[in-house]
Design a protein around this ligand. Structure first.
Ligand code: AMP
Length: 192
């Protein structure tokens, strides 16, 4: 399988680049944010709990996310590979992911870190809020999402550097130019 973590702050372009990767490499997409938004829409127990965290711009607790992800992984057994978008967001999530993939005799081939400056992130998120009406793309929630990112998610850069899986991607410029960097990396990845 070719399993990839697409990583970056909110607004770094993870969703946009995932779509291009999926099209070319035939991977299945796992976006924990999308799964949670569907749970909220369907008013499930998990959705009701997650809603409170998401609206405040806080991360949903690790145990809930890890359980949810295990279920999604089991439903994707026959995939050629997976792209993890918005997961892991904490060190415990990264450790759980490693273990879950190990148990399934596979692993992560690459972590792609989309690097974008803070000011650009805020502008992109505000613009997306205007265009798509995502309830957490408002100034107050954006601030706490970025705070959560710096506090809990950014340490994953060091984690994946130690695992020799980290690849820095310049996340500004045209969508195509960003994707070219990704394509080059994935084309030379070892598939487990
Ligand atoms: P996203 O669509 O990836 O930007 O996620 C939207 C929101 O869902 C985040 O701000 C978090 O509140 C929650 N969320 C998504 N993925 C995770 C995760 N891996 N861990 C904790 N919370 C998450």
């Amino acid at each position: 399988m070719l399993n990839v973590v697409i990583f970056g702050a909110p607004g770094s372009g993870k969703g946009t680049q995932s779509e291009l990767i999926i099209k070319e490499f035939g991977l299945d997409h796992i976006s924990t944010g999308e799964v949670l938004r569907a749970e909220i829409k369907n008013k499930t127990g998990l959705g009701m709990i997650a809603d409170g965290y998401i609206n405040k711009g806080h991360l949903v607790p690790d145990d809930l996310i890890i359980d949810m992800l295990a279920g999604v992984l089991d439903s994707k057994k026959n995939a050629r590979g997976l792209i993890f978008d918005g997961f892991p967001r904490t060190i415990p999530q990264a450790e759980a992911l490693k273990e879950m993939l190990n148990e399934r005799a596979t692993g992560i081939a690459a972590m792609l870190n989309l690097e974008v400056e803070e000011e650009e992130l805020i502008n992109r998120l505000l613009e997306r809020g205007r265009r798509m009406g995502r309830s957490d793309d408002n100034p107050e929630t954006i601030k706490s999402r970025l705070d959560e990112y710096h506090l809990k998610t950014a340490p994953l850069v060091e984690y994946y550097k130690k695992e020799n899986l980290h690849h820095a991607i310049k996340g500004t410029g045209t969508v195509e130019a960003i994707y070219e960097q990704i394509k080059e990396i994935l084309s030379s990845c070892r598939i487990s």
